[in-house]
Design a protein around this ligand. Sequence first.
Ligand code: ADP
Ligand code: ZN
Length: 731
Amino acid sequence: MIYSVIVDVSASEVDKIFDYKGEGYSVGSRVLVDFHFRKVEGFIVGEKQTTDCPPSKLKSIICALDDFVAISPTALELCNYMRQEYHLKWVDVLRLFVPAEMRGNRVRVKSAKQAHIATQGSLENILQSLKPNATKQRDLVTFLYNNGATFCSKLNEMFGNGVVAQLEKKGIVATEEVVVRRTPYKNLQVLAGQQRTLVPAQQNAVNTVLQNPQGRFLLHGVTGSGKTEVYLTIMEQLVKQGKTCIMLVPEISLTPNMLRQLRERFGNTVALLHSGLSAGERYDEWLRLKNGEAQIAIGARSAVFAPLENVGAIIIDEEHDSSYISDNNPRYNTLDVANYRASIHGALLVLGSATPSLSSFYKAKKGDLQLISMPERINKRPLPNVEIVDMALESRSGNKGIFSQRLKEMLQQTLDKGNQAMLFLNRRGYSSFLQCTKCGYVAKCTDCDVSLTVHREDGMLKCHYCGKRFYMLDKCPECHQSSFKQGKIGTQQIAEILGNLYPGVKVLRMDADTTQNKESHGKILEAFRNNEAQILVGTQMIAKGHDFPKVTLVGVLDGDQSLYHSDYMSTERTFQLITQVAGRSGRDVETGSVVLQTYNPTHYCLQLAAKQDYLSFYKREINAREASSFPPFAEIVRVLYQGEDEDACIDELTLQFAKFSNLKGKNPQAFFYLDKMRCPLKRAEKKFRFQVLMKLDVNKKNIIADVYSICDGKTHNNVQVFVERNPQNLS
Ligand code: ADP
Ligand code: ZN
C-alpha cells in the first residue's frame, strides 16, 4: 500500500505530500519516516495503490508512533475544510488536533507502583503466617485487605519504606506498574451535584434546542439569566443519549468555579483542555477524551479540536469574545470551525452571549441561526442601575483624580454595608508612559513603536507589546534632566490609591502581571469569593463570566478607553465590555449599581450600554455598518507585511499592491475599497509593518482565492506576508 504522508517539520515552507510504502497502517495515524536522511514524525493523510515516485526512491514507513489513530476520519474532514477555507498548510492544521507534547515523543504516560494481596484466604489466615511482633507488616496487610490495591508511595508513607518489599519476598503481597492519569485542579472541592429546577425561560431554551438536534442557535440571555444552567442541561440530556459534547469558553472564564459546576454535574466524564495545564495534564485529559473515558470536553478555543466522536452538541459561551478568533498562524475563526464540525457530526450548535457579536445577531435575523431570548435575570432580579458620571464636569469642579465624587460615595456605602466592589480599568501597570517635561522625550521600546509602561512594583519600564523590560530612568537620555511626567493611571496605581483612601480595606488586583503563574488566577478569584478582600481591581480579566454574589458595586473607571480606537469594531467592543462588567453587579439578592466614568456621557454606545439595551444598540450599529459597507456586509481583508528590512517590505508591498490593483480592475464590483499604507503600529518586535487593506463584497467568494495566490507569489524571503480576514485588531 502507498501512504500519503505530511511530515511534521516546522521550518518547512512546503505544503507537500510525500509517498511512502508500508502495510497495515491507518489513515490519520502518526508515523515515523525517513526524510532527507533524518527520522521525522509524520501524519498519514491518505492511502492509494500506486505512486509516481520511482520505486528506487520510494521509502518505507519505519513504524507507527501511537497505538491509536491520532486524527480520526471526522477530524481529517475538518482539517480539509480548514485548509481550504483559510488557505492553511497541512502541517499547521494537523498539529491543532494533537496535544503539542505528544509530538516529538516528549510526554510519557505516567505510571506508578501499586500493591495488592497476592494470596488467597481470609485475613486471619494470612496474618497467621506473619510473626506476632511484625506489627508494621501485619498493619499493612490488614490495610490492604480492607482497602484493596493501593499505591506503594502511600503505603511507604503510612507503614515505612521497605515493608512492601518484605511482604513481596514472602509472596503475600504483589506489586505492579499501573497507568496514572494526571488530573488538573485535583484538589478542587466538589459538592454533590445539586440539581436546580429550571425557570420557565431556561426550560424553554432547553426544549427549543433539544427539539432540533441539528439546529444552529443563538442564545441571547442577559447577564445573570442562567445560561450556564441551560448549557449543562443540554449536555446532560445528550450524554444520556450516548453522545459527547464540546463546550468552549473564553480562556479567562475557565475558572475553578466553572470547573466545579461541571464536575458537580458530570464528575469524571469532563475533561479540561487549556493552556494553563501542565504538559502531562493536557496530554492525559486529551487521552481520556480520545479513549472514551470522558465524554465532555471543556476548554478555550482549541477545545473545538477535542478528540471526540459522536458529538451531539458544540456550545460556545460568550460567543462574541475576540479570543475565538485566532490571529496568529494558523488563523481561523472558531465559530465557523465549530459550525462545520457540528455539521460533520450532525450535532447542534449553541452560541450564547448577553451581547452577541453583530455578525451572529445578524445571522439570527436572517434565519441562519435560531434566536432564543432570555431577557430577564433569574428570579426577576433587576439589572443593575447604571449611573453615567461626566468626568469633564468633575474636572471643572476641581476633582482631577481618577475617582469621581460619586464613585467614592458609592464605594464608601458598599464597604459600610459589608458588600464587595469591582473596579474595572483595562490598563495594567502603574502608568501608561514616562515623558520628560523639559524636552518631551517619551521612553519607547527599542524593538516596537510602543511607549513603555511604568511598573512600580519591580521598578521597571515594560513594553506591553513584546514584553521587553528596561530599567527605570532617573535622567532623560536626551536632555539629561530628571523631571518626568507620567501617563494614564494603570491598575497598579489604582490599588495604591485605594490603599491610601481606605486604609485597612483589603484590595485584590487581577491583571496579566498578577496572574503570571498557573494558579494565581484561580487563587485571586477564590480569595475574593471567600470575602478575603472587599475590592477587586482588574483589567478585562474581571469583566466576564464571574458570579460573585456579594458584589453590589461595579466602577468603570475609564469608559472611553476602547471607544476611540480607529477600527470599525471599537463601539461594538465598548458596548460588550461595559455591559459585561456591569453584569457582574447585583447578581444575588441586593440590586447592584454601576458607576460609569466617561468624558462622552452622551455617546449612544455608552448610553445604551448603561441601559443594557442590546437591541437598540444592534439596530443603530448594524445600520451604520450597512451604510459604510463594513462586516457583516463586506469582508475586510488585511494583508500584513512584516520584516526587519524596511526596503524589502516596501518592495514586496508595492509589487503585490500592483497585482491587487489589477485584480480590482478586472472585478470592480467585488472591491469596495483598496489601499496600502504603514500599519498604525509601525514597528513591532524589530519588524517594520505595512498593510494592504481591502473591503470585499461578501458575495464574491472567489476573489479571496486570488488574494491568497497573489500572497503566495511573494518574492522576498525576509518579508512575512499574512492574510487576515475580518481581523479583530487593525493596529
Ligand atoms: P449567565 O451565565 O446567564 O450570566 P449564570 O448562569 O451565571 O448566568 O446564572 C446566574 C445565577 O443564577 C447563578 O448564581 C446561578 O447559580 C443562578 N441560577 C441559574 N439557574 C437557576 C435556577 N434555575 N434557579 C435558581 N438559581 C439559578
Ligand atoms: Zn517591544
